[in-house]
Design a protein around this ligand. Structure first.
Ligand code: HEM
Length: 521
């Protein structure tokens, strides 16, 4: 259903439940609407906002938004240029779609734009925005980011928990071997593998067996629910006066999901504290234990509270799972779709790993073609196509236009990655473009290519994402040949959300390619 229809449908549903709307409320609403409109006209006339499509009184451009926001914004930039503005209710939104303007936002004015305009759904999901992704730029954000960088996402920590990744990926290989000849939902398998790695790093062996599998299934549903709600335009964000009514029910749904997450976190924290109190060899060195210890240290500044601890756990689960799993799913879809790419990936693996061994993480640095496949996948399908929206802490001039303090700034990295002025045959999946030119990496220094963002708010999990992708795809392509089920065709279309995903899940059939059965155990 198109967004405006869906939007109105929801709205009418909500309104129809409100049989008791009183004339007083309607009068209040009318005065409020007229006042908002007058105020917006007044401020717009005085401002030098970037150009943009004309909007309706009060609603602005809300009703013309298309569900696939990233491609819709790309098409608007063809008309209105590399920086344009939209008005969504009372909120100014700015969309940036060129390397030079992205550089101004994310590098020249990095500190000013290193803030977030936190949507209501984001605030509820993260214990009031007390996490890394939604905290405003400042000491608290710095402390949270440093804590994660040092204790969960650094190369040293990642090296020390390689065995966890290895165990999970070997379990997945074993499962796939049991499904030889049958269709497998690859995104689902990758999500569960990655989630198990992350939760293992967070709270170690706290859960075992069936209970662990049950928590995994629960998480997948919860993460999908949360990223879905985070990608939906919410009236309450665009008309703060209406937030109280939660007309689309987004706040209510998010509260339910957040409560379910919280229950799991509470349980893990309780179990971890019990184990820690038992002392001695029972103590393990997982992230949760480190956080709980840091929380009790009086000299930690700013102090780390229990709310922060839970919000960080949420960032790791929600930020780290769907992003990596969806990228792997897109990559495998392209590899399966392009026999030449599949041959080159497998030839490289055979020459570096050999068919008598299994892939180890130490191999991944010797696989330049596979790294090029990762870069090409993230060029065509950057996991966060509009990054996490930025927000200037003061009114700033960018590209000659005024960007008002508090506006929501979308950087359309998806459009830049497909710009024919930058890329030859931009819609073709061609990893070799990254072999010929080594200038593109994940550092965010080049604004032609920055799938992890750039500047202070660049992704905190790049090292983990890179290892997860390369190790998983290498293992899957080394152990199996893949094809789509008889009579089916691969559909490569995307579905927009705060995290981009495949519209149609990738289902493929594995065939073993290693002769020694022991390599699948
Ligand atoms: C293919 C995988 C991934 C991609 C493409 C990706 C991409 C991104 C992007 C584009 C941003 C926003 C940057 C900005 O706002 O300018 C971001 C933020 C973030 N990512 Fe990732 N990410 C991935 C995996 C991960 C993983 C595995 C983790 C951790 C386990 C992680 C944790 C975070 C966090 C905490 C932030 C917020 C940073 C901040 O606001 O300071 N990401 N990511």
């Amino acid at each position: 259903m198109a967004l405006p229809q869906a939007f109105f449908h929801n709205l009418m549903d909500s309104i129809s439940q409100w049989q008791s709307l009183t004339p007083l409320f309607l009068a209040f609403f009318g005065i409020f609407a007229v006042a908002c409109y007058a105020w917006i006209c007044f401020t717009q006339r005085r401002s030098n906002l970037p150009p943009g499509p004309p909007g309706l009184p009060l609603l602005g451009n809300l009703l013309s938004l298309a569900p696939e926001l990233h491609s819709y914004f790309a098409s608007l930039s063809q008309t209105y240029g590399p920086i344009f503005s939209l008005r969504l209710g009372t909120k100014s939104c700015i969309v940036v779609s060129s390397p030079s303007i992205s550089r101004q936002v994310l590098k020249d004015h990095d500190i000013t734009f290193a803030n977030r305009d936190v949507p209501i759904a984001g605030r509820i999901a993260t214990y009031g925005g007390n996490d890394i992704a939604w905290s405003p730029y400042g000491p608290e954000w710095r402390m949270l980011r440093k804590t994660c960088a040092l204790k969960m996402l650094s190369n040293t920590t990642l090296d020390s928990v390689y065995q966890l990744r290895r165990n999970e990926i070997r379990k997945t290989v074993g499962y796939l071997y049991s499904r030889v000849g049958s269709p497998v939902d690859i995104g689902e398998q990758m999500f569960l593998t990655i989630l198990n790695v992350i939760t293992n790093m967070m709270w170690g062996g706290t859960l075992e067996g069936d209970e662990r599998a049950a928590v995994g299934a629960d998480f997948r549903e919860l993460v999908a629910g949360m990223t879905g709600l985070l990608g939906k335009p919410n009236l309450s964000d665009f008309f703060s006066g209406l937030a109280w009514f939660d007309l689309q029910g987004i706040e209510k749904q998010m509260r339910l999901l957040a409560r379910r997450f919280d229950k799991i976190f509470e349980k893990m924290i309780k179990l971890r504290l019990e184990k820690t109190n038992m002392g001695g060899s029972e103590q393990s060195k997982d992230f949760l234990q480190f956080l709980l210890k840091l929380k009790d240290e009086e000299d930690s500044k700013p102090p780390l509270t229990m709310t922060h601890v839970k919000a960080l756990l949420m960032d790791m689960v929600v930020g780290g799972s769907d992003t990596s799993a969806n990228t792997i799913e897109f990559a495998l879809a392209h590899i399966i779709n392009e026999p030449e790419v599949m041959s080159r990936v497998q030839e490289e693996l055979d020459s570096v790993v050999g068919r008598e061994n299994i892939v180890e993480e130490s191999h991944i640095h010797k696989l330049p073609y596979l790294l090029a496949v990762m870069k090409e996948t993230l060029r065509l399908h950057p996991a966060l196509p509009l990054l996490v929206p930025h927000c200037p802490s003061e009114t700033t001039t960018v590209g000659g236009y005024t960007i008002p303090k508090g506006s929501r700034v979308f950087v359309n990295v998806w459009a830049i990655h497909r710009d024919p002025n930058i890329w030859d045959t931009p819609l073709k999946f061609d990893p070799s473009r990254f072999l010929d030119d080594a200038k593109w990496d994940f550092s965010g220094n080049d604004f032609d290519y920055f799938p992890f963002g750039s500047g202070r708010r660049i992704c905190a999990g790049i090292a983990m994402a890179e290892r997860t992708f390369l190790y998983s795809v290498a293992t899957l392509m080394h152990s199996f040949d893949w094809k789509v089920p008889e009579g089916q065709e691969l559909d490569m279309s995307e579905k927009f959300g705060i995290v981009l995903k495949k519209k149609v899940p990738l289902v493929a059939v594995p065939t073993p390619r290693l002769s020694n059965i022991a390599l699948y155990e």
